[in-house]
Unconditional design. Structure first.
Length: 370
């Protein structure tokens, strides 16, 4: 558990839960999901002292639920946002060792690049002066942002709100935006894996046998699509709830509220880009499979066309051989010394003539690659 007191121009990290809110600024309480489950009584008591309110039992259950989809809920005292991250993360921790990452990874189906994607939810409880975050163990996004927050402390605020966050809602949006941008780093690996499969599917001399992994990839991409849709719905609900807020001093007045709205729309735009990319990958995988079977069908047609042409070439030869093999006593050329060579010559001429005819019609040629 990490606690930060964020004040104008300064960030102070404390060792334990404070009992008094700072005169200016706000508090950020970041704890792991197992830590929150074990220390929920102390955290809720601290929230009661700091904010004059505590979390409802249903919201506590939401923050502890590892399978909860992204969603937004609100009360008159605080807002709840659960956002499933898409990042290369770690497994959950053991109850006996809160905060410690398990050494054994969770076994998932699908190709390696998709198995490394962690979709654990991160919960945010946004009060006027306190932000409570409940995250999975080893969540690198929160650790990275905490390090950046401490490095930014003391620097002059930049235009457009690029310095320290001015409110718990502002801090929450920055963390969510970093989680969304973190998925963009995985796009190259996902695209490279699917491009490899596409090249293997369409290669004319390669026999593709990795159908189980491709099916798992399509299922995983469909699940990612559903997760991204839940993310977009949650942020849209947050933006709608934000329209009813009043510009109080804790938010930075009217300018601070407008900055929250702008940052919320920016996060929504980033999520829509992720949704578009996931759907494009899913469509590419489906298109690659269809093109593979189309190519297989074309190759089969080429083979059948060649075999049919060869059969048509030898049919007249069989007819000539059958005629001269009849058991009649009087057959032309049957008793001639040159009869055999006349029959063989006619067979050769017929075979060569039909072969040239089929070659000109391109019945004996494979479909050229394009």
């Amino acid at each position: 558990m990490r606690v930060f007191a964020i004040q104008p121009g300064a960030v102070v990290e404390s060792a334990g839960l404070p009992m008094v809110a700072p005169d200016k600024g706000f508090l950020w309480i970041a704890c792991g999901r197992r830590e929150f489950e074990l220390e929920s009584g102390n955290v809720l008591a601290a929230l009661q002292l700091l904010c004059g309110a505590t979390l409802f039992d249903l919201h506590v259950s939401d923050l502890l639920n590892n399978q909860l989809p992204s969603h937004h809920d609100y009360t008159s005292l605080y807002d709840i946002l659960v956002f499933r991250r898409l990042a290369a993360g770690h497994a959950e921790t053991d109850m006996s060792q809160p905060g410690a990452v398990l050494t054994e990874p969770v076994k998932r189906s699908g190709p390696p690049v998709l198995r490394r994607i962690d979709t654990s939810p991160v919960g945010f409880a946004v009060f006027d002066r306190v932000l409570l975050t409940v995250h999975p163990a080893g969540c690198g996004v929160l650790d990275q942002y905490a390090t950046r927050l401490l490095a930014t402390a003391g620097s002059a605020p930049r235009a457009g709100g690029g310095g320290l966050p001015i409110s718990p809602a502002d801090l929450m949006l920055r963390i969510v935006n970093q989680m969304v941008d973190g998925y963009l780093d995985l796009r190259r690996e996902l695209t490279r894996q699917l491009d490899h499969w596409q090249a293997e599917l369409l290669h004319p001399k390669t026999r593709f046998n990795n159908w189980s992994s491709l099916l798992d990839a399509r299922i995983s991409l469909h699940q990612l699509d559903e997760i991204c849709e839940d993310q977009r719905t949650a942020i849209q609900n947050w933006i709608e709830a934000l329209e009813g807020w009043t510009p109080i001093d804790a938010l930075g007045g009217q300018r601070g509220l407008e900055l929250l709205r702008v940052r919320s729309r920016d996060v929504l735009e980033h999520i829509e880009r992720v949704v578009h990319h996931v759907r494009r990958l899913e469509q590419n995988a489906e298109t690659a499979v269809q093109m593979h079977f189309s190519a297989q069908s074309n190759r089969t047609n080429d083979i059948m066309r060649t075999l049919t042409a060869l059969t048509a070439v030898f049919l007249p030869l069989n007819l000539i051989a059958g005629i001269f093999g009849m058991n009649f006593e009087f057959i032309p050329l049957i008793h001639e010394r040159a009869g055999f060579w006349w029959a063989m010559g006619s067979m050769v001429l017929v075979a060569v003539g039909l072969s040239l005819f089929f070659w000109r019609k391109r019945y004996l040629r494979s479909t050229p690659a394009r």
